[in-house]
Each structure stands twice: as structure tokens, then as C-alpha cells.
Design a protein around this ligand. Structure first.
Ligand code: MG
Length: 391
């Protein structure tokens, strides 16, 4: 009797050990010894801090220009581990540092319902349900949670997702509009390192063609075009695309207003270049609606609530045979490194946000001759720079 009981306990011990090895949640959440070693709180704790991204150059797109971007950096801690996140808020998208604070205050009691960070799905569904919109605030929680869990598991997200780090794309670098030819020449010079130039068009035909002609007078580097909804007629849009296609341009982002799906479909059907939805594509639910109207979608973490939904958009676009691009707002290395984790699945990347700001508060994703690199570092591979933020 005693022997069989001992055998029973032995077998159970082996089963428990096996579960601990194969389930990361058990490995840490149910292992008090490990937790005590780190000495941290067993509560998921969220903190945040305002940050202003100072831009190296005034940034002009069709409709607005600015020289700084309001950002909120988030920090999520659990059991002695830390993850960082970010909400970046270009003013035209409607979120502010104050609205992010309000949202994050409501996230705190939601996090209290979870005793560990591994239930990413349930946690982020609960966060998404707090309020509609607030996509950048939601991304700030999502990114911090992914960084935290990646740091605990000790692996980067590109690896957890099973992506090939050798498949990363080149990133484009934006040359913004300027009325002065000399300033545009300076910007072309500054961009001499990039292998893909991104140009924001959507002003008058004269100014749009002037920008392209100025660039082409100096370099043959391939160009991506973003019209930011600026072309207001489908015949004109197609004429412009045909003109651009003869000037080593490789894609067109959001040529016309986002609600013009029939016109977009008309242009896409006739366009010699891939036509990609940006403003028209916010979240996962938008992707199937855009099939046929565009060749592909531009995913941005600040639009789609973060890495979890972005990963789902990749699967959805793949299943619909749509092309993929990843973009960014003006963001620090926190959100850029988060977006970079998805980059092996992307045909185009526009992840120059951290290069465009003068006061990046983190080290993260690096470019190698314009190509995104993914390192074998846990989480998002972030290192906080000293003395810039308090968090
Ligand atoms: Mg765009």
C-alpha cells in the first residue's frame, strides 16, 4: 500500500514537472521558488509617462505639418520582469496624452483580474472592450504586455511567432514636402543612406511632379508614394500612377479618400503599380472589405491596437491573397521594435519613425544598410537609454 502510494506520488511528480516544462505560464506563475528569486510583485502593474518626440525635420503631409509628436510610454511589471509599450499620437488621429491617461486608468482594474501576464488573448480582449477607438492607448498596453511576456519567456516575438529573421524587408525613409528646392535637395542628401525613398504626395499636380522631378534629378533610388488620400478624382489618380510608374516608383499608398472604395477598385484594376490601403485600413475587421479595392494593406500598430491584432491581420491578408506593408507614426524605438517583429511577413516596410526623432528614449530595432534587422534578444529587444524618461 505504502509502495503504491509512493509510486503514485512519483508519477504525479513527473507529470507536474512535464507540464511545467511545456507550459510557460506554469513555469513561472505556479513556481513560487522562481518568483521569489526575482523578488517582484505578483500583480500586473501598469505605469506611464508623457514623452514628446522631437522631430529632426518639420513633417508635412497632405493636410498638415508639425515638428513634434505627443507620446505616452507605458511600463508593465510582473514578478520582477518589465515590459515597455508606447502610444504615439499624431494630432489628426484624435487621441491625446490626456485621452491615453484616461484610458490607462481604466486598464488598471482590468489588469487586477489577471494574476499573470500569459493570458494575452483574454487580457487584450478585456482591454479592447473598455471603450471603442483609443487604438493608440490600447497599443500601449498590448506592446508592453508582449515585451513583458517575451522577456519572461526569454525569446523575441519574431521567434515565438515562427517568422524567419532573414526575410525582413528594406525600410523606406520619408522625404517630406518642402516649397524650397534647396531644402528638398538637402533632404535628398540626408536620405542618401536609404535604398527606398518614400514621398508624400497629394498636393497639386504641379507640386507633386516637382517633388518627383527634384528627387529624380539627384538619384535613381526606388520610390514609394503615399498620396494620403490627396487625389480627389479616379482618372487623375490613374494618370498620376501611370506617370509615376515610368519613374522607378514601386507602389502607391492611399491614392484617394478612404471611403471611395468603388473608385479605389477602379484604379486598382487598371494600375500598373500595387495600390495599398492605409487610412482605409484600421483594424482586422476592415481587411476583408478591402479585398478587390486595393492590392494590399498597410498595418500600423497605433491604428490596429497593437501586435496581437496586427498578427491576425497578417493571417487574414495572407488568406485573402492581399499584399502586406507595415508602417508607423512618429514613434520611438519601443513601438518601432514591436512593429519590426512582424516585418518578415511584409513586402514593404516604412519603419523610419525612430530615425525621424531626435530624442529617442530607447535602443531597439537597428537598420543595416536600410534593411530591418531582428536580433535574438527577448521581448522586443529594448534597452532604455539613460536619463531621458523616468519610468
Ligand atoms: Mg500612409
Amino acid at each position: 500500500m505504502e509502495t503504491s502510494r509512493r509510486n503514485f506520488l512519483k508519477t504525479m511528480g513527473i507529470a507536474t514537472a512535464a507540464a511545467a516544462v511545456f507550459n510557460p505560464a506554469n513555469l513561472f506563475a505556479n513556481n513560487p521558488a522562481k518568483r521569489n528569486k526575482r523578488g517582484g510583485s505578483s500583480k500586473l502593474e501598469l505605469a506611464w509617462e508623457n514623452f514628446t518626440g522631437e522631430m529632426k525635420y518639420t513633417f508635412t503631409i497632405s493636410g498638415s505639418s508639425r515638428s513634434s509628436t505627443p507620446i505616452v510610454i507605458t511600463r508593465l511589471t510582473w514578478d520582477g520582469y518589465t515590459g515597455y509599450g508606447e502610444a504615439a499620437m499624431p494630432p489628426y488621429l484624435g487621441e491625446t496624452q490626456a485621452s491615453v491617461h484616461e484610458f490607462l486608468k481604466k486598464v488598471v482594474p482590468v489588469l487586477e483580474k489577471f494574476d499573470n501576464p500569459f493570458q494575452i488573448e483574454d487580457i487584450l480582449i478585456a482591454v479592447d472592450a473598455i471603450a471603442t477607438n483609443n487604438t493608440a492607448a490600447k497599443a500601449a498596453v498590448d506592446i508592453a504586455l508582449h515585451d513583458l511576456v517575451g522577456n519572461i519567456i526569454g525569446q523575441p516575438w519574431w521567434k515565438i511567432w515562427g517568422f524567419n529573421p532573414n526575410n525582413t524587408p528594406l525600410t523606406s525613409y520619408t522625404i517630406g514636402y518642402d516649397a524650397s528646392d534647396d531644402v528638398v535637395y538637402e533632404k535628398i542628401e540626408e536620405a542618401s543612406w536609404t535604398k527606398v525613398i518614400k514621398v508624400k504626395l497629394g498636393m497639386s499636380e504641379k507640386e507633386d511632379k516637382r517633388m518627383i522631378n527634384l528627387i529624380r534629378s539627384k538619384t535613381d533610388t526606388v520610390i514609394c508614394i503615399d498620396a494620403n488620400q490627396g487625389w480627389k478624382d479616379k482618372y487623375y489618380a490613374l494618370d498620376m500612377i501611370n506617370w509615376l510608374a515610368e519613374r522607378n516608383v514601386n507602389m502607391i499608398e492611399q491614392p484617394m479618400p478612404k471611403y471611395w472604395l468603388d473608385d479605389a477598385a477602379w484604379v486598382t484594376e487598371r494600375s500598373p503599380l500595387p495600390v495599398i490601403a492605409d487610412e482605409a485600413c484600421q483594424r482586422l475587421i476592415d481587411v476583408p472589405k478591402l479585398k478587390g479595392a486595393y492590392h494590399g494593406i498597410n498595418i500600423k500598430l497605433m491604428k490596429c491596437t497593437g501586435m496581437r491584432e496586427a498578427r491576425e491581420m497578417v493571417s487574414m491578408a495572407n488568406s485573402l491573397r492581399m499584399k502586406l506593408m507595415i508602417g508607423c507614426m512618429t514613434e520611438t524605438s519601443v513601438a518601432i521594435s514591436a512593429a519590426a517583429q512582424l516585418s518578415p511577413k511584409m513586402e514593404w516596410a516604412d519603419l523610419d519613425g525612430n530615425v525621424l526623432i531626435a530624442n529617442d528614449c530607447f535602443d531597439g530595432m537597428k537598420l543595416n544598410e536600410g534593411r530591418i534587422t531582428l536580433e535574438d534578444k527577448p521581448g522586443l529587444g529594448l534597452t532604455k537609454k539613460k536619463g531621458i524618461i523616468k519610468l
